[in-house]
Design a protein around this ligand. Structure first.
Ligand code: SF4
Length: 201
């Protein structure tokens, strides 16, 4: 397998809350094509080389064997990066369980990595026809296709929604209905936190 090229925009060495049941590290992947109104990681949005080489992260993970049992790929949107499948395979070869945080922007790429994942945290944004209100572009079709792919895979997951000010109670109920049509009963609601720039203004 070729050396993976993964643009790493940050690393959290230890978390108990980002991968259920695991003591994990979080690798933040650089780049995301969406511009959610509440994004808390604007520094991760532009694509680029990232802050540190993947090989360095992998060597550090090797030193964490026996101390951590999972690695989360978050972002940004990790599926943006072509090197993600190879990076996941390398992490699993070290004995770690793997998790992905995604908004489902690239359904086909999600399908390709699901066999390499133990858990997925999937962020839905709005009723599928209303994604542009939150992400700045059409994206609901891709997100729905990605959700269907995730459900068909049987990979353990959590579906989450940040209740942004743009979403009133009726919009949340519309989304619940659309998810129910897919067989999704449980939706985790996350509290909206204003982005840092909005808080400063
Ligand atoms: S999908 Fe995630 S990383 Fe991308 S803009 Fe939205 S909140 Fe930020």
């Amino acid at each position: 397998m070729p050396e993976p090229v993964l643009a790493v925009g940050g690393l959290v060495p230890f978390t108990t809350i980002d991968f259920p049941g695991r003591l994990a590290a979080v690798v933040f992947c650089q780049g995301c094509p969406w511009r959610c109104t509440y994004c808390h990681n604007p520094h991760l949005l532009p694509p680029g080389g990232g802050e540190r080489p993947w090989a360095e992260v992998l060597a550090w993970l090797e030193s964490r064997r026996g101390l951590l049992d999972g690695v989360v790929f978050s972002g940004g949107e990790p599926l943006l990066q072509r090197g993600l499948p190879a990076a996941l395979a390398e992490v699993r070869a070290l004995g770690f369980a793997t998790a992905l945080h995604t908004a489902g922007i690239y359904p086909q790429r999600l399908a390709a990595v699901l066999p390499l994942l133990d858990w997925v945290g999937f962020d839905v944004k709005a009723p599928f026809a209303e994604y542009a209100r939150i992400v700045g572009s059409d994206g609901g079709g891709a997100a729905r296709a990605a959700l269907e792919t995730l459900l068909a895979s049987g990979v353990d997951h959590e579906i989450r929604l940040t209740v942004a000010p743009e979403l009133d109670a009726a919009a949340v109920e519309r989304l619940r209905g659309e998810l129910a049509e897919l067989g999704i009963i449980r939706l985790s609601l996350q509290t909206y936190r204003p982005p840092v720039a909005a808080m400063a203004s």
